[in-house]
Design a protein around this ligand. Structure first.
Ligand code: ADP
Ligand code: MG
Ligand code: MG
Length: 248
């Protein structure tokens, strides 16, 4: 069953057209990977999906679970289950990772999260993801390595249980071990009712993920869709050959 349909999406930022007729269908239970050269519009796609007001949707339809969400705000979309992991930029000495995650859950569900119950649920999730429980008691971002910051993104996803999780270059700056924890974790979090949209430029990610589809985004459009074999092609030839093929 279709979870997300993007129909002929065109978008604009600062008066410049970025997405130029993008089509994508994601069914429940699927993992989709989006790759493409720098500046292709990958992060713009993530912004358009979550409803980032900087990016204007000038044409097309975003259908989530059969409902047009073009006019929904960021908060409304989050409540409907669209999730984009975000890096909290600051160090916050008084706030633990657990406090942060509980507050995020309250914000998205609109329901009070009771301390002990939330704590126990979080511990279970961390165990499943092979993240040391001590991590939840650390103060947010204080002395965190790149990998530790990224674990927070995966935990956000585990706690918020979104219908559609979008990860935009969650791999950047991770070493192999951290990449493995993060992406094996991501794969574990997917259920038959949810889907993942993973944006990456790092083909190693595909060692830990088993995507149903790989899409190549170029110049604001999806120009190729296939399986993992596309990744091998890009590893070998870069994007140059494909760009030529599409007259870019
Ligand atoms: P990718 O993630 O594929 O590298 P982006 O979606 O970040 O590409 O960017 C696509 C294009 O949109 C780039 O030319 C970029 O400069 C432009 N762009 C993205 N966000 C903004 C913004 N907030 N203001 C101006 N230009 C932007
Ligand atoms: Mg970029
Ligand atoms: Mg980007």
């Amino acid at each position: 069953m279709s979870l997300l349909q993007l129909k002929d999406i065109r978008s604009e930022v600062e008066g410049k057209e970025i997405l130029k007729g993008l089509n994508l269908n994601i069914n429940k239970g699927e993992v989709h990977v989006i790759m493409g050269p720098n500046g292709a519009g990958k992060s713009t796609l993530a912004s358009i999906l979550v409803g980032n007001p900087k990016h204007k949707l000038i044409d097309g339809d975003i259908i989530l679970d059969g409902e047009n969400i073009n006019d929904n705000t960021v908060d409304e979309r989050a409540k409907k289950g669209i999730f984009l992991s975000f890096q909290y930029p600051e160090e916050i000495p008084g706030l633990t990772v657990e406090d942060f995650l509980r507050t995020a859950k309250e914000a998205v569900t609109g329901e009070k999260q009771y301390l002990m119950q939330f704590h126990n649920e979080l511990e279970e999730k961390m165990e499943k993801l092979h993240i040391n429980p001590e991590y939840a008691q650390r103060h947010l971002n204080v002395g965190f390595s790149g990998g530790e910051k990224k674990k927070n993104e995966i935990l956000q996803m585990a706690v918020l249980e979104p219908k559609l999780a979008i990860l935009d270059e969650t791999d950047s700056g991770l070493d192999i071990d951290a990449t493995k924890i993060v992406f094996e974790g991501v794969q574990k979090l997917k259920t038959n009712d949810t889907a993942l949209l993973i944006i990456t430029h790092y083909d190693k990610v595909l060692d830990y993920l088993d995507p149903d589809f790989v899409h190549i985004l170029m110049d604001g459009k999806i120009v190729r869709t296939g399986g993992k074999e596309i990744v091998e092609e890009i590893e070998k030839n870069g994007y140059g050959k494909m760009k030529k093929q599409f007259g870019l």
